[in-house]
Design a binder for this molecule. Structure first.
Ligand SMILES: [Zn+2]
Length: 465
């Protein structure tokens, strides 16, 4: 659509006025010296914020606003950021900018909007920002020494809060470490086969000469050849051309067998009596696992839906129906079970944990300590904190004892984190947001563009929820 707009050209008779003629402006439609109406300019800017250069230009071209990638970026970078009002409660968090390079994100914990972002995460930058923006009363941060130092230097009177999100994340990390150290206990979560079960291949490592086993043995020997050399895991990983996490796994293991995924022998399960029925129903055309599960539940099946789904999975690929082999959960999965609120845990996980704890008292102890901390957080009640820290120290679990040591050194802020409602407003969601944007930009345009987009996008999201 084309709008033909006629405006008046006006003369100025003022003696002291340097301007001879000027054109009339129409509010909301024209701006002096601009080639775009305010509405169109807004569209260009929004496209830039949401999609950056290339994507923004593509969208605008579809909308018949031909603009180059660089022009969109230029318009984006020209946008003024909302002016900063110094927040009363500030959230500070770091995020990975590139592989080993970190950045710092500041969030107004009141509005939950990001207000500043820069490359690096050292104390001095944060202290300088706080000095330039006096008036921050509370700062929520992670447990790191660096930000603690920066706040102490830049805003010595501010109350420091160790963020509950980070406290929980720190504890969860230790739980993962413990679960990984108890990898060998995890098959206990899988129910015992029924007594009648014939077990033809009970020896899981009998010959131990599969390609996977040879591979594990070779890596184990290669990694452990470096022990005592004082080289870092990263250096060893580079040397061997392996992923650092793989090297870490082998370095931690006491033997190569620990690094092999154990596949439990075929066990008879409660589903066995229903396999024939499932096969028959499948042939009749019923392919929905939930429906099939309900049907056999009505016939007395007590097992989990997941098993039915796994059992019919081969049928979907035209293979014969198979009894599901239940794999033991991964350490990460067990850690998630342990850190999930019990009422939100499914029956499958609850039963698995119960079996696991009967066998492994250390994971049981870990679970109890996690629940105690969860109760403190939920009730904003830190009266049990000292005792809880003592229990961690006495738990005989090095991961938890180490955590207790770190938390004690920061105990005032930890106490604040448990008892105050403040949190940094930095959460997993926001960091995911950042990661996504980094990927869109592929690291080329750098931090100024990232800063522009992260801040403006958050405001945009408020405006167009
Ligand atoms: Zn164990």
């Amino acid at each position: 659509m084309l709008i033909t707009l006629e405006v008046r050209r006006l003369f100025c008779d003022g003696v002291g006025c340097g301007r001879r003629t000027f054109a009339e402006q129409v509010d909301g439609l024209t701006v002096r010296y601009q080639r775009r109406s305010p509405l169109l300019q807004h569209l260009v800017e929004v496209a830039g914020v949401l999609l950056a250069g290339r994507g923004g230009a593509r969208l605008l071209n579809i909308l018949k606003v031909p603009l180059s990638r660089t022009s969109v970026l230029f318009q984006l970078m020209r946008m003024r950021l909302p002016s900063i009002t110094t927040p009363r409660v500030l959230g500070v968090d770091d995020f990975a900018l590139y592989a080993d390079v970190y950045g710092t994100l500041l969030v107004d914990a009141g509005t939950r909007l990001p207000i500043e972002l820069w490359a690096g995460r050292d104390a001095e930058q944060l202290a300088a920002w706080l000095r330039a923006h006096p008036g921050v009363e509370v700062v929520c941060r992670d447990g790191s020494l660096v930000y603690r130092q920066g706040i102490t230097d830049g805003a010595p009177d501010a109350v420091q809060v160790s963020d509950r999100f980070h406290l929980w994340q720190g504890l969860s990390k230790r739980v993962s470490d413990i679960a990984a150290a108890h990898r060998g206990c995890l098959p206990e979560t899988v129910p015992e086969p029924e007594p009648a079960a014939p077990s033809p291949e009970l020896e899981p490592f009998a010959a131990a000469d599969t390609p996977a086993h040879r591979h594990a043995r070779r890596l184990f020997e290669a990694v452990h050849a470096f022990s005592g050399s004082g080289r870092s895991l990263s250096a060893i990983a580079r040397e061997l051309g392996l992923n650092r996490r793989t090297v870490a796994k082998y370095a931690r293991a006491a033997s190569w067998q620990d690094c092999v995924r154990r596949i439990p022998p075929r066990r008879s399960t409660r589903l066995d009596p229903y396999l024939e029925y499932l096969r028959q129903r499948w042939d009749e055309g019923e392919h929905t696992a939930t429906v099939l599960h309900q049907e056999i539940v009505a016939k007395g099946y007590l097992g989990h839906y997941q098993r039915v789904k796994m059992a019919i999975a081969p049928l979907r690929r035209g293979l014969p129906i198979d009894t599901p082999r239940e794999r033991p959960p991964s350490p990460r999965q067990v850690a998630r079970w342990i850190t999930t609120t019990p009422s939100r845990l499914g029956l499958h996980a609850t039963e698995g944990l119960g079996r696991l704890f009967e066998h492994c008292s250390e994971l049981q102890r870990t679970y109890d300590l996690v629940r105690q901390f969860a109760d403190m957080l939920a009730g904003c009640d830190a009266s049990g904190l000292s005792d809880w820290l003592d229990d961690l120290t006495d738990s005989n679990l090095p991961a938890l004892a180490g955590l207790a040591k770190a938390l004690r050194e920061d105990q005032a802020a930890v106490l604040q984190g448990i008892t105050t409602p403040f949190n940094s407003g930095v959460n997993e969601g926001r960091i995911t947001d950042l990661k996504l944007q980094k990927r869109i930009m592929a690291g080329r345009a750098g931090v100024p563009l990232l800063r522009q987009r992260v801040i403006l996008m958050a405001h945009l999201r408020r405006r167009y929820p």
